[in-house]
Ligand binder design. Structure first.
Ligand SMILES: OC[C@H]1O[C@@](CO)(OC[C@@]2(OC[C@@]3(O[C@H]4O[C@H](CO)[C@@H](O)[C@H](O)[C@H]4O)O[C@H](CO)[C@@H](O)[C@@H]3O)O[C@H](CO)[C@@H](O)[C@@H]2O)[C@@H](O)[C@@H]1O
Length: 581
């Protein structure tokens, strides 16, 4: 049963972030801190930080996912890749293929920087499958004058199952940006194409127009010759440059995906996702076919209120329609949270989040996401607990699995919401601040409760995923945090307390679920059945030292929380990250 280790835990939790990570601290009997300089930490260049089932190339730098597609029985993942080192630069399109989205074969890069239109870099782009099954890719090139232009590439041999070789179109670059108000160094990342009722192809391209973010709209008959439409698909004066736009259709409450180029059913909504402010934000709205423009259902002038695909370290995501399983899958990039010199020492940087199925909730208010089912093929020795009860201050150790490579699913059931504190809408402007102020050591009415992971024997290092429940007029608002502030004793890491809020109908569903995929230096969590996702990077010294790490379920709120079901699995290593050369 749950053990009341609360005093021990809380003394460690209550270290505030001002205490340098170079110091190890403990509390004496009177409650004062005693700190001493921490012992030397081992080099970050440890194989133990390489992920076991989150995709990463064998070595070097990787950023945005590019042109994901399912073609002739094979999933293709292209990625922004530096073949020469672990920092951004010399970007080409890395290429990997898979039949299950879990195990990957790394191929030679699909495109290299060898034409005037991409000599400075083969940057982000998207794949479209034309009628008749012709795959075609449009991507941004950095040209010799440092303008951003758009280029086309096609597979050399469609009967090669892996589409290993690609050829560039003779009329590249197919698009350049000139004109008043435009900035040719802020014009990139074309979307997948879609056909309108007039039979013409459309794409959107990220841009900054007169200093504001825009998704410019282009039309073409043949996907090779493009004309700019005189208005953007959408633009907003709430932000600057939009990178990596993604545009797709979704049906409320239906987790089957839609192909944007087929007839979109009545009642469908459209989603415009853009990358800015180090995160991926989206709007749900309507794509008006007559005006050929997107209108968000709600226009929010303050971009801090825009919904995020993920509230952690996640950027440049791109989705595609998976015709094999009729679902939409989204891929996103997760950067390292260490320093550039750490990346050089490691010889690698960048991973992808687990590909996620993505769909719209039934009231069309927000997207839901869930790791693709295929990832469950890596689950090994299952442990299962039922009927746990966590009172205030309780910690329950989850044993019997590999705590550094695991998949954990917990349902938290509230025994009462009487003590839920009132919600203040201004918190929505900065949920991370709220996570810092209302950390796991701060008692609440309902919560914090959640999971402590990657905890060293003495708790000097630990990462906390937790919820808090607030009452807001007719509904409840749940705060979900992924608090990395004590995740490592290593210096010079970025260790924020990530967080976000989501609405929850606690009268209908009394359980709040938490699923967490732990993969050495990656921690990817899904709260409330995929309403809120947070991926983060952590580098505990204990992991590099090959010491044991612990995992606990806990509650630090006055309301007792039941855990009707807790399941966890060790995760096997996918065939993806074999280091070569
Ligand atoms: O790879 C190009 C594609 O990547 C995107 C979005 O990720 O644009 C990135 C961009 O800048 C690259 C650059 O710095 C910044 O981006 C890095 C990766 O996204 C971050 O890790 C870094 O912190 C940012 O500063 O990387 C260099 C070193 O950090 C720096 O010189 C670059 O500015 O690439 C574009 C070309 O340089 C630039 O306009 C973007 O900001 C996507 O939009 C591109 O297609």
């Amino acid at each position: 049963m749950a053990q009341a280790w609360a005093f021990f835990l809380l003394a460690l939790f209550s270290f505030s972030s001002y205490v340098s990570k170079l110091f190890v601290c403990s509390r004496n009997g009177e409650g004062s801190f005693l700190c001493a300089r921490s012992p030397q930490v081992p080099s970050i260049a440890s194989e133990r930080y390489r992920t076991a089932y989150h995709f990463q190339p064998p070595k070097n730098w990787m950023n945005d996912p590019n042109g994901p597609m399912y073609y002739n029985g094979i999933y293709h993942s292209f990625y922004q890749y530096n073949p020469h080192g672990a920092l951004w630069g010399d970007i080409v399109w890395g290429h990997a293929v898979s039949t299950d989205l879990v195990n990957w074969i790394i191929l030679e890069p699909a495109i290299e920087r060898d034409t005037p239109g991409d000599i400075n870099g083969c940057w982000t782009g998207s794949a479209t499958i034309l009628p008749g099954g012709q795959p075609i890719v449009i991507y941004t090139g950095g040209d010799a004058e440092n303008h951003q232009v758009q280029n086309i590439m096609l597979p050399k041999n469609r009967s090669d199952p892996y589409l290993r070789e690609w050829t560039k179109a003779g009329n590249n670059p197919v698009l350049q940006l000139v004109g008043p108000g435009f900035n040719s160094s802020q014009f990139r990342d074309p979307t997948t194409g879609w056909i309108g009722p007039d039979g013409l192809w459309r794409i959107a391209i990220g841009a900054e127009v007169n200093g504001y973010g825009a998704a410019l709209l282009y039309k073409s008959e043949d996907f090779l010759n493009w004309t700019r439409v005189d208005h953007p698909l959408y633009s907003s004066n709430a932000s600057g440059m939009w990178e990596c736009p993604d545009f797709f259709a979704v049906l409320p409450g239906n987790n089957g995906g839609l192909d944007l180029s087929t007839v979109i059913p009545e009642g469908a909504k459209h989603v415009l996702k853009v990358s800015l402010d180090q995160c991926d934000k989206y709007m749900i709205g309507v794509y008006d076919l007559k005006r050929d423009a997107f209108s968000p259902d709600t226009v929010l002038d303050d971009r801090r209120l825009w919904l995020k695909i993920d509230y952690g370290n996640y950027y440049a995501s791109k989705s595609f329609f998976d015709s094999k399983n009729s679902r939409r899958i989204i891929w996103g990039w997760t950067n390292e949270s260490d320093s550039s010199s750490d990346d050089v020492a490691k010889g690698w940087a960048g991973i992808y989040a687990i590909p996620r199925a993505i769909w719209l909730d039934s009231d069309a208010k927000q997207l839901l996401q869930w790791p693709v089912d295929e990832i469950e093929s890596l689950r090994g020795n299952e442990i299962n607990h039922q009927g746990l009860e966590l009172n205030k201050g309780d910690l329950f150790e989850i044993k019997g699995i590999d705590t550094t490579q695991a998949d954990v699913e917990i349902d938290f059931e509230l025994t009462s919401t009487d003590d839920a504190e009132p919600f203040d809408p201004s918190w929505l402007l900065d949920a991370e601040k709220h996570c810092r102020e209302a950390g796991a050591s701060v008692h609440g009415g309902v919560g914090p409760f959640g999971l402590v992971i990657l905890a060293s024997d003495d708790m000097e290092e630990h990462t906390v995923l937790h919820f808090r429940v607030y009452k807001s007029q007719q509904k409840y608002m749940i705060l979900m945090c992924s608090d990395l502030r004590r995740s490592s004793l290593r210096p010079e890491l970025y260790t924020p307390a990530y967080g976000g809020f989501f609405e929850f109908d606690l009268e209908k569903e009394r359980k709040i679920s938490l699923r967490t995929l732990i993969d050495r230096s990656a921690v990817e969590s899904f709260g409330g059945g995929g309403r809120l996702c947070i991926i983060a990077r952590v580098y505990p010294v204990a992991l590099a030292d090959e010491r044991r790490t612990h995992m606990y379920a806990f509650n630090n709120g006055s309301t007792t929380v039941k855990v009707p079901q807790l399941k966890a699995w060790s995760m096997m290593t996918a065939q993806v990250n074999v280091k070569k050369g």
